[in-house]
Write a protein of this length. Structure first.
Length: 127
C-alpha cells in the first residue's frame, strides 16, 4: 500500500500533477508489485517561494521543473526492485511528460505493515 506524495511548482496545466501520478502508479505496478486499485496520492503545487532545491547537488543539474516524489510503502522490496522503480519513473515521466530525468527526485519511506489503517480504525495489514 504505497502512499505517494507529489510536489511540483505551479504548472500551467491543472492536470499535470495528476498525469505525473498516473505514470508513477504504472511504474509501481510493473516494478514493485503494487496491486490494482492500490492508488493513493497527494498532489501539491507550490509557488517559487515555497519550492526549494539545490540546483547542483551531487553534480545533477536541476531546474524549476523538478518533481519531488515521496513514496511511503511497506518494507521488504529488494534493492533491484527499488532501482527498477526509480528508473521506470524517471523514464516514464521523461517519455510521457517531457520531464527531464535530472528533475526526478524520489524518496522511499519504508514502514512496517502494522503502521497502516485504511479506515474504520483498524490495522488491516497487522498480523
Amino acid at each position: 500500500m504505497p502512499l505517494v506524495r507529489i510536489d511540483i511548482r505551479k504548472h500551467a496545466d491543472p492536470l499535470f500533477a495528476r498525469k505525473i501520478g498516473e505514470v508513477v502508479y504504472r511504474a509501481m505496478r510493473t516494478t514493485i508489485g503494487v496491486p490494482d486499485k492500490d492508488n493513493f496520492q497527494i498532489l501539491n503545487e507550490h509557488d517559487g517561494g515555497h519550492f526549494v532545491y539545490d540546483p547542483s547537488y551531487l553534480d545533477i543539474a536541476r531546474t524549476d521543473g523538478l518533481v519531488y516524489l515521496q513514496i511511503t510503502l511497506n518494507e521488504g522490496r529488494t534493492l533491484d526492485q527499488k532501482k527498477a522503480l526509480y528508473l521506470a519513473i524517471a523514464d516514464g515521466l521523461h517519455a510521457e511528460l517531457a520531464i527531464r530525468r535530472e528533475d526526478v527526485f524520489i524518496s522511499l519511506v519504508e514502514v512496517k505493515k502494522e503502521n497502516w489503517s485504511f479506515g474504520n480504525g483498524l490495522a488491516q495489514y497487522a498480523n
